[in-house]
Design a protein around this ligand. Structure first.
Ligand code: ADP
Ligand code: 5GP
Length: 208
């Protein structure tokens, strides 16, 4: 993963979506460590409860409902959505994105399909990647294995996953996350190629 980016190159927006549990956070963490591009994760704000393994300001900015609404009223979000429809809100902070892009960073947004569609209207040249689990059965296995969901939230996440898997046509790239290493390698290659392509046709990639 070489081909260093020149410091004078402009920043880029990279949207990574995929159903909850597909492995986005796992893949993005390694991508940031291993891919030789000036990638930076945009830390979203959320009102969902903090998990034991979450660090405030690293995984998310954890806000109360009131704080979130206040930031909505102040126009602080590039996009926001109630992802699973149970009163838990998630949003991309404008200043995270603009500060990074202005300093030549490649800002990675790990957001849902609805948020991605909104951001694409504002930034049509964003690179878009949808991470696919291969099957809903495999997705369930990963969500169960992560051990973070109640039976109710697991069922809801799988229901939303079905909707997301049917709405991938807005993405330029669809990558099946069979193994983390291969997925990271493939996404890094896609990003390297995108340096010379303002926009691309839809392509399907698997790590097989
Ligand atoms: P997301 O951020 O999309 O919700 P996570 O990164 O939290 O997903 O991954 C969900 C679970 O799946 C974690 O337990 C993670 O270790 C596991 N996982 C991620 N990628 C793979 C993979 N390629 N194969 C098997 N398990 C995976
Ligand atoms: P989790 O609760 O598992 O951390 O995240 C659930 C889902 O919320 C993720 O799979 C991701 O698609 C979505 N998400 C996270 N941050 C944002 C955001 O800022 N905006 C939108 N629209 N979706 C987000």
């Amino acid at each position: 993963m070489t081909q260093k980016q020149s410091k004078s190159d402009p920043g880029k927006l990279v949207i990574i979506s995929g159903p909850s549990g597909v492995g986005k956070s796992t893949v993005v963490k390694k991508l940031l460590q291993q891919c030789d591009l000036p990638l930076e994760l945009s830390v979203s704000a959320t009102t969902r409860p903090r998990r034991e393994e979450d660090t405030d300001g690293v995984n998310y900015h954890f806000l109360t409902d009131e704080e979130f609404q206040q930031r909505v009223s102040s126009g602080d979000f590039l996009e926001y959505a109630e992802v699973f429809g149970h009163g838990h809100w998630y949003g991309t902070l404008k200043d995270q994105v603009s500060t990074g892009l202005n300093s030549g960073k490649w800002i990675v947004l790990e957001i849902d399909v609805e948020g991605a569609a909104r951001v694409l209207k504002l930034h049509p040249s964003a690179v878009t990647i949808f991470i696919h689990p291969g099957s809903l059965k495999e997705l369930r296995r990963r969500l169960e294995g992560r051990g973070t969901e109640t039976p109710e939230s697991l069922a809801r996440r799988l229901e939303v996953a079905g909707q997301e898997l049917a709405a991938t046509s807005i993405y330029q790239n669809i990558v099946t996350n069979d193994t983390v290493e291969q997925t990271v390698e493939l996404i890094c290659q896609l990003l390297m190629k995108s340096r010379n392509q303002p926009s691309g046709d839809n392509t399907e990639c698997t790590t097989n």
